[in-house]
Design a protein around this ligand. Structure first.
Ligand SMILES: [Zn+2]
Length: 378
């Protein structure tokens, strides 16, 4: 892989900007080149987004965005195209495959705000995601796939400072299938009793083996998806959405709760994309430096860090929790600067719409200037 390819990217979660500002695809490509964009991670009609903290709008009148034309123009411009696959965040798939995740008390994970996560050990569910991915690769000949929600469930965005308590934080998954697979893989028999009693054993004396099992489950799914991706395009890259839990602030939470072992995954992931959403976690912008460096210390693979283009989780159940209410030009630049002075190999901004809204909606070029200042192409 060419290191320049991942130096700077944008996540495209919606196409509202396309309809709203009347830009042609050529206008957009020119803008991206001017910002030094080397890759985009995008939803498309084969890999559709679902409303998360960022809702997506569909234009009236039945107009459609031409994913293939956009992809081809990006290729011509030398910008890599990663399709964004929501792996575990897929409500319809969960309903169909009935792979509801179960916590340490034996309670099924219900939707919280916009979030629901799948139990990843269902073969039927994994196969259904594989077929979606294959279809997308076939139609769009993507340069890579950005794997999102590739983990055991958990609403990590709620882990505000001082609130991440491993003893009470909901852990997944203790469904019958996961418990049986654990015993089969490790040869460790579970105690008799209800789910809570078995979970207490796994989270206590068997913690190491249980965490190891969870990380192996996720690695195995990534490996299967990667084989499919490589079968379609032998050079395609796998980028992983990485929960930004650095050890200094969240202990072993990234592995224990989400089953993400960066070192273990290093032979099946080409690029780790750290979700450096500092405002969501109510951390200072400078935290992005230590977090990027932490993930770099775990792997020889490239690591990039994403920064937010807008404040999120400030309304409804998330209001009044101490998060910054706004990400203005100074905060945005501070975040980019923090990544730039870390050992990360690149950065991305979540989302392209936030950058375009500044420029075309508010006639404010400060975000674009900050990007060029810290991540301009050489
Ligand atoms: Zn399960």
């Amino acid at each position: 892989m060419n290191a320049e390819m991942i130096r700077f990217g944008l996540k495209i979660t919606d196409f509202d900007w396309y309809w709203e500002y009347g830009l042609s695809l050529d206008d957009v490509i020119e803008k991206l080149l001017g910002l030094g964009v080397r890759f985009v991670s995008a939803y498309n009609k084969y890999l559709p987004g679902a409303d998360s903290a960022v809702p997506t709008a569909v234009p009236a009148g039945g107009a459609v965005f031409n994913d293939r034309a956009f992809r081809d123009k990006l290729r011509k411009a030398g910008i890599a195209y990663f399709g964004y696959l929501n792996f575990g965040f897929h409500e319809d798939g969960i309903k169909k495959c009935h792979n509801y995740a179960v916590d340490q008390a034996g309670k099924r994970l219900e939707k919280i705000d916009w979030y629901i996560g799948a139990c990843p050990s269902s073969d039927e569910f994994v196969r259904s995601r594989l077929s979606v991915l294959e279809e997308a690769m076939r139609h769009l000949d993507m340069d890579g796939v950005h794997l999102g929600f590739m983990r055991f469930p958990g609403f990590w965005e709620l882990a505000l400072p001082g609130t991440f308590e491993p003893d009470v934080w909901p852990e997944y998954c203790f469904c019958g299938r996961c418990l049986a697979a654990f015993s089969e893989k490790t040869g460790i028999a579970l105690p008799r009793g209800n789910t809570a009693e078995k979970a207490a054993f796994l989270r206590g004396p068997a913690r190491k083996e249980w965490t190891g099992f969870k990380c192996a489950v996720i690695r195995n799914v990534i490996d299967r998806l990667r084989s499919c991706i490589r079968h379609c395009n032998k050079d395609a890259l796998v980028m992983l959405n990485t929960v930004p839990f650095n050890a200094a602030r969240y202990g072993s939470g990234g592995k224990d709760f989400f089953g993400q072992d960066i070192t273990l995954f290093s032979d099946v992931v080409d690029v780790f994309e750290v979700m450096g959403y500092h405002q969501i976690l109510a951390q200072p912008a400078g935290w992005l430096t230590e977090t990027s460096n932490y993930f770099k210390s775990l792997t020889d693979r490239p690591v990039i860090c994403t920064v937010q283009g807008a404040a999120l989780y400030t309304k409804g159940m998330h209001a009044g929790k101490g998060r910054l209410e706004n990400i203005g030009p100074a905060e945005f630049e501070a975040a980019l600067a923090a990544v730039s002075r870390s050992r990360a190999d690149g950065a991305a901004v979540f989302t392209l719409s936030d950058v375009f809204r500044r420029e075309y909606g508010e006639h404010d070029v400060s975000f674009g200037n900050a990007i060029r200042k810290h991540f301009a192409a050489p």
